[in-house]
Design a binder for this molecule. Structure first.
Ligand code: GRF
Length: 204
């Protein structure tokens, strides 16, 4: 199934998805990497790996989020994309794009949702003193960092952790669960049933 990855920066989750999709039998093909920032590091990495890339620069749409998204949607359609994986894509989405890709767009968030939505998740996890932290892959819905959960992974929080050491532990886990989640979705195994997903999973 033709899949696009949307990025804004480094693209380490993007790389993990591309590597997984190079394995035989993987149910998704990464057909496009699309960035809203022309200088996103991940674009170069994707091109080096032989993946088609495109840029839709949000700055060219003068704050008109829907016009920006209409252009994104047009590029996705041009490439005959069936699934979209957001991987560090730092734009808030309007109901237009969310609706157009309902049940076909997934995101990874570096926390155990519904805890710690938004930014600075690792700092906040340490401030709250949680003992388990992690990452979540979920279908994208109209609310930010919301939507039916496909896979969650958990890691321990250590007494010695700083936001950086905790972020590194979570990132390693992200790179494992995101390829699994995309495989479940593209392979038709994880399905939305109301507010929940059946056929998802967890990892520690
Ligand atoms: C990841 O922590 C992801 O969970 C969050 O943004 C970060 C992106 O990192 N949404 P990368 O670009 O995949 O390296």
């Amino acid at each position: 199934r033709k899949t696009a990855i949307l990025i804004s920066g480094r693209g380490s989750n993007m790389s993990a998805l591309i590597s997984a999709a190079m394995q035989p039998e993987y149910p998704a093909e990464i057909a496009l990497v699309l960035s809203n920032r022309p200088d996103a590091q991940g674009l170069e990495r994707a091109a080096d790996l032989g993946i088609a890339t495109a840029v839709v620069d949000h700055k060219e749409f003068a704050g008109d989020r829907e016009a920006f998204e209409r252009q994104l949607d047009a590029v996705l359609r041009e490439h005959r994309i069936e699934f979209v994986a957001l991987a560090g894509f730092m734009r808030i989405l309007t109901p237009f794009l969310v609706g157009a890709w309902s049940n076909r767009m997934i995101n990874i968030h570096p926390a155990l949702l519904p805890s710690f939505k938004g930014l600075a998740t690792h700092e906040r996890a340490l401030e709250e003193g949680v003992k388990l932290h992690g990452a979540t892959v979920h279908f994208v819905s109209a609310e930010m960092d919301d939507g039916p959960i496909i896979i969650q992974g958990a890691v321990p929080v250590l007494d010695t952790d700083t936001p950086d050491t905790l972020a590194a532990r979570v990132l390693e886990l992200e790179h494992k669960i995101y390829p699994k989640a995309l495989a479940l979705v593209a392979g038709g195994k994880a399905r939305v049933a109301g507010a929940r997903v059946t056929g998802g999973g967890c990892e520690t």
